[in-house]
Design a protein around this ligand. Structure first.
Ligand code: PHE
Length: 347
């Protein structure tokens, strides 16, 4: 092949060579600029070129060498700062960088604490489905069809019953539904709490969310009285918020309890003196409760002439809010690491 063509070919080869790593950079150097490389080879061939053409060809080969060198220098500067570490640079005796530990979620912490408090006085934990039928979420709990009380809990319906409420399915609006299942399947005495996630069709804001978590409690036996309910909740408040905590009850309404009450705890910050957390009332609302309506006992197969009981229900978010001074409900589900980090080490 003529030298001219060889030069042309090499020119093309240099242009199209891909140098994308340190390894490729080295093979490029060997292939084109090494002591047995292509450029060197051209200089060898130059020896047999007639004297009058030596200058012209010599110049062409010099140009090619410069081109290859430029490409190599460019590659060198590119990979100089690359993170590829040579084996000899790895120091196996260096201590490992700290692995950051996660934290328990505040709702898990509070859920666990509530369960432990009630475990100590003999309550067991019961769980049930989040997708619930009308009977367990409403009808068995003394919500008559079309009763406005169903609107108290804005429900996410999943399937319409087409006139047959038994076929209507919804996301449970409270874990009272689990307690219906417990009553249907066991005999008194019953002492159980039902922790779980519940859903309500509410606009998301600092004070409301479309899902939240509850712990609802149920106690059924002979001669259970309102005084038992009050003492149980006072015990809970003191365990949860400290010995100084006090409670008060205000009359309220729930279809499944009669009488019904809402319970306030003395403000955990100012202990009743009045501050901006309790809006200067000295009290914070924590839960709803009441004596189980005889209609509910009968609907679940428990003789209301023999047994009575009480029920209560609280939001875990609300208790955690008071315990950890969380001012915006949305923080619980946004997974902001700065929020979650604050619970490190808590158990
Ligand atoms: N189920 C009620 C709610 O979700 C709370 C409650 C439970 C009230 C038991 C009274 C008795 O709002």
């Amino acid at each position: 092949m003529e030298l001219k063509e060889k030069i042309k070919e090499l020119n093309l080869a240099i242009d199209s060579a891909i140098v994308a790593s340190k390894g490729e950079q080295e093979s490029f150097r060997i292939q084109f600029l090494g002591s047995k490389g292509a450029v060197k080879n051209l200089y060898e061939l130059l020896k047999s070129v007639p004297n009058e053409s030596k200058k012209e060809f010599g110049q062409l080969i010099n140009d090619i060498r410069s081109k290859a060198e430029a490409k190599l220098t460019e590659a060198e500067s590119l990979f100089e700062n690359s993170t590829e570490t040579k084996r000899s640079e790895i120091d196996l005796s260096r201590p490992e960088e700290d692995t950051e530990l996660g934290a328990r979620h505040p709702l898990s912490l509070v859920r666990r604490e509530i369960i432990e408090i009630f475990n100590r006085i003999g309550y067991t934990v019961s769980e049930g489905p989040e997708i619930e039928d009308d009977w367990h979420n409403f009808s068995a709990l003394n919500f008559p069809p079309d009763h406005p009380a169903r609107d108290m809990q804005d429900t996410f319906f999943i399937t319409k019953g087409d006139g047959d409420p038994k076929k209507e399915m919804a996301l449970r609006t409270h874990t009272s539904s689990v307690q219906v299942r417990v009553m249907e399947n066991s005999k008194p005495p019953i002492r159980t709490i039902s922790p779980g996630r519940v859903y309500r069709n509410e606009a998301i804001s600092a004070r409301a969310h479309c899902f939240f978590h509850q712990v609802e409690g149920l106690y059924i036996d002979k001669d259970v009285s309102f005084a038992d309910l009050k003492q149980t909740l006072l015990y809970f408040a003191k365990e949860m918020f400290g010995e100084k905590a006090n409670i008060r009850m205000r009359p309220s309404y729930f279809p499944f309890t009669e009488p019904s009450a809402e319970v306030d705890v003395s403000c955990t910050l100012c202990h009743g003196k009045g501050c901006n957390v309790c809006k200067y009332t000295g009290w914070l609302e924590i839960l709803g409760c009441g004596m189980v309506d005889p209609n509910v006992l009968d609907a679940c197969g428990i003789d209301s002439n023999v047994y009575s009981g009480f029920a209560f229900g609280m939001g875990i978010e609300r208790i955690a809010q008071l315990k950890y001074r969380v001012t915006d409900l949305r923080l619980y589900s946004e997974n902001d690491i700065r929020f979650l980090k604050q619970f490190k080490g808590a158990y």
